[in-house]
Design a protein around this ligand. Structure first.
Ligand SMILES: NC(=O)C1=CN([C@@H]2O[C@H](COP(=O)(O)OP(=O)(O)OC[C@H]3O[C@@H](n4cnc5c(N)ncnc54)[C@H](OP(=O)(O)O)[C@@H]3O)[C@@H](O)[C@H]2O)C=CC1
Ligand SMILES: N[C@@H](CC=O)C(=O)O
Length: 417
């Protein structure tokens, strides 16, 4: 691309992210980028710009040969897939913010780039304004990564902060996250952990060179969080964070998971509040590093999109260096064991989960909570049953030895319960 020419952008979506980018470009007048066309869905919606700025036919925009870069920031992942795949088939330079699209279609999107010569960048799709994709892709391209974990969803973190710090009700906090533009159009994706799962799949591809299908990643959220659960956290000087994590075992198998987790003040993620995200990368040689920043919102996400626009205009593309090295699909460590807290209405779930080393935490009329050990394989198998039952499950991260010790001393005959 001619570095002295004003580059034209075709923008899909004019919601939180689209307007965030538009506003940044309007303020930063010296930048060589101009939004030339904006494609949206609803012709009857009131907009902050005159109607002549908008079009409703995405194919017409994809076909427009005058546009240098296409930016996809719409709320519908299926439509986003149609737009982005068609643009790549035409060899275009495309920037997307859509993590669900990338998580579900990465191998195909890579093949399209290879076949037709286009480029796809998606920094804003993971952890909003934190430049984590390029960090793991470039900085860690030669260093083995032992584990990546973090808070990858701004809305659920905002909700948890409001509950813990400001004693707000869950529903009120969720409404605020929606009003501020942090939440997905379907906020279930945020609170149930599905959005974090999509982002974890993308991170795993860059950090470990492994493509994980979203279906392979067990996910649980904060949608069934109850007052008993955060009381339990408080009693143990902890807060609850929705943590996405992937690590490699000594056998080279992966342990990918999204689970609410008890987190204490000594944990890197403890101070990540409100809509902020925090990503901890454990490099084989560099050690542990925490990347913290705003994970949602128009300007933070728009800034990550802008960074991709700049990079793509200079010819940058992800090298997928680790992915090139791993020709075989990753196996999951299904026998991997972890300590969990479970509150559920029915004992059947304890059997389905194959929970061992049980300790009762509390019994109530309509539910009971307990601590036990579960395997990754059983979590994957039982996740739908857990959601259907409205049960709440969370991980006891490291540092909860006293909770585990009590359990070992107490012998609870669950089979007689
Ligand atoms: N909000 C955030 O903080 C972040 C969001 N993202 C991702 O960015 C994307 C956009 O999110 P966000 O801006 O919050 O969403 P919004 O709901 O605020 O805006 C969505 C926009 O997409 C448009 N749209 C929906 N379907 C179509 C379609 N078929 N054709 C053309 N336009 C369409 C809507 O049009 P209309 O205005 O007519 O309704 C609207 O302008 C999503 O993939 C989201 O996951 C990523 C990081 C952070
Ligand atoms: N809904 C998402 C937006 C950014 O990816 C979130 O809350 O993190």
């Amino acid at each position: 691309m001619d570095s002295h020419r004003l580059l034209t952008i075709g923008l899909f979506g004019f919601g939180c992210v689209g307007q965030g980018l538009y506003d940044i470009l309007a303020r930063e007048e010296s930048l060589p980028y101009k939004v030339a066309r904006i494609c949206v869905k609803d012709p009857n919606k009131l907009r902050p710009l005159p109607p002549e700025n908008f079009t409703y036919d995405w194919l017409e925009v994809v076909q427009d040969e005058h546009l240098d870069i296409l930016v996809e920031a719409i709320s519908d992942a299926n439509e986003a897939y149609a737009i982005v795949s068609e643009a790549l088939r035409r060899g275009k330079k495309v920037v997307t913010a859509n993590k669900k699209l990338v998580a579900y279609h990465l191998p195909e999107l890579l093949a399209l780039q290879e076949e037709f010569g286009g480029t796809l960048l998606y920094e804003s799709a993971v952890a909003g304004g934190i430049p984590i994709i390029r960090t793991v892709e470039e900085y860690f391209s030669n260093e083995p990564v032992a584990r990546v974990h973090g808070i990858l969803n701004g809305s659920s973190n905002y909700i948890l902060s409001q509950i813990f710090k400001n004693q707000k009700a869950y529903s009120e906090a969720l409404k605020e996250a929606q009003d501020k533009g942090f939440a997905e159009l379907d906020p279930w994706l945020d609170v149930a952990g599905a959005d974090s799962r999509h982002k974890l799949c993308i991170l795993a591809a860059h950090a470990f060179g492994r493509t994980l299908a979203p279906e392979e990643v067990a996910f649980f959220g904060i949608d069934f969080l109850g007052h008993q659960d955060w009381e339990f956290a408080k009693q143990h000087d902890a807060v609850i964070k929705l943590v996405a994590s992937v690590h490699e075992t000594a056998d080279g198998e992966l342990v990918p998971l999204v689970l609410p987790s008890l987190v204490r003040a000594s944990d890197d993620l403890y101070g990540v509040e409100q809509e902020f995200n925090g990503v901890v990368v454990e490099g084989g040689y560099s050690g542990t590093q925490l990347f913290k920043g705003r994970g949602a919102g128009g300007h933070p996400t728009g800034s990550a999109v802008l960074s991709d626009i700049e990079s793509i205009s200079r010819g940058y593309r992800y090298g997928y260096k680790k992915l090139q090295r791993h020709k075989n699909a990753a196996a999951l460590a299904l026998d991997y064991e972890l300590e969990v807290y479970l509150r559920c209405p029915e004992p059947d779930l304890v059997v389905a989960l194959g929970l061992s080393n049980l300790q009762t935490v509390q019994r109530e009329a309509d539910a009971f909570s307990l601590i036990g050990t579960v395997t990754l394989g059983n979590l994957i198998k039982s996740q739908e049953q857990i959601r259907q039952a409205g049960a709440y499950i969370m991980a006891l991260s490291s540092g909860f030895e006293e909770v585990k010790e009590v359990r070992e001393k107490e012998s609870v005959a669950w089979s007689n319960a």
